[in-house]
Design a protein around this ligand. Structure first.
Ligand SMILES: Nc1ncnc2c1ncn2[C@@H]1O[C@H](COP(=O)(O)OP(=O)(O)O)[C@@H](O)[C@H]1O
Ligand SMILES: [Mg+2]
Length: 251
């Protein structure tokens, strides 16, 4: 199994506060990795490191290595636009831009300089289909994306992330702002896409992690406590503290 990304001893400080204490974790290609752990343990911080979303924060210091297809994404002269095309992101709150569905999904391609209308049309349709939102939008592609329901908006955001054909998609609690039915739809969408993309998803919903992920990584206080195949993590975790967390004894 190939690892598309590898984090090696990643430490991150916000000023004097060290939020990540040296995280090493591999991300197998075309699998879904769930990052779990109590609130404030560093899940979002770590996720944001994976496409350098933390770069613009003042007084931040990041050490260690993060490899994408074997190359360090923190190397000098890295092209950030190219990186974010390869490593896309979906946030907790659906964040469609206040313009038509079509333009939302076409956005990344246009930023990348694609002008071929036919190619964009085709990619928009394909991406909306992949994100399981085509049937609900195909007759309304010119409607403002923000007028759709929360769950629909989130699937539009997933389509937008997929439109540039990323290698990896990062998701930070993508269903926690949604109702149970919309959440289930997003989960199904992700399961259907696992063969095509690599997903790295923060979730505080343990049932969700057990349903959709192939690998689970458990973080606490900025440390990676343990990681492993989902079944093994839930059925036979190596550490007592993991077992306590998974059984709802804290967090
Ligand atoms: N921009 C920031 N500046 C300073 N501290 C931050 C910042 N973002 C997060 N933190 C701190 O880093 C720790 C980890 O936060 P976060 O990654 O958001 O945790 P999680 O996503 O697991 O809830 C917390 O103690 C949080 O307060
Ligand atoms: Mg978070």
């Amino acid at each position: 199994m190939t690892n598309i990304m590898e984090a090696q001893n990643v430490k991150l400080s916000y000023g004097k506060f060290e939020a990540l204490h040296g995280i090493s974790l591999n991300f197998p290609e075309k699998q879904l990795t769930a990052l779990i752990g109590p609130s404030g343990c560093g899940k979002s911080t770590f996720l944001r490191c994976l496409n350098r979303m933390n770069d613009d924060i003042d007084n931040i210091n990041i050490t260690g290595k993060i490899l994408l297809e074997g190359k360090d994404i923190y190397r000098a002269k890295l092209d950030l636009v190219a990186l974010r095309k390869k490593v896309g992101m979906v946030f907790q709150q659906p964040t469609p831009f206040p313009f038509p569905v079509y333009d939302n999904v076409a956005y990344g391609l246009r930023v990348a300089g694609v002008k071929d209308k036919q190619l964009i049309d085709q990619r928009v349709e394909e991406s909306l289909k992949q994100a399981a939102i085509w049937d609900e939008t195909k007759d309304n592609l010119q409607r403002n994306a923000q007028e759709f329901s929360g769950g629909q908006q989130q699937r539009i955001c997933i389509a937008r992330a997929l439109a540039v054909r990323p290698e990896v998609v990062l998701l930070d609690e993508p269903t926690s702002a949604l109702d149970p039915i919309s959440s289930a739809e997003i989960e199904e969408t992700l399961m259907g896409l696992k063969k095509k993309y690599t997903f790295i998803m923060v979730t505080h919903n343990l049932q969700q992690a057990s349903r959709v992920s192939d690998q689970v990584a458990f973080l606490m206080d900025g440390e990676l406590i343990e990681s492993g195949p989902t079944e093994q993590m839930f059925l036979a975790p190596k550490k007592e503290i993991t077992s306590n967390y998974l059984n709802g004894r804290f967090g």
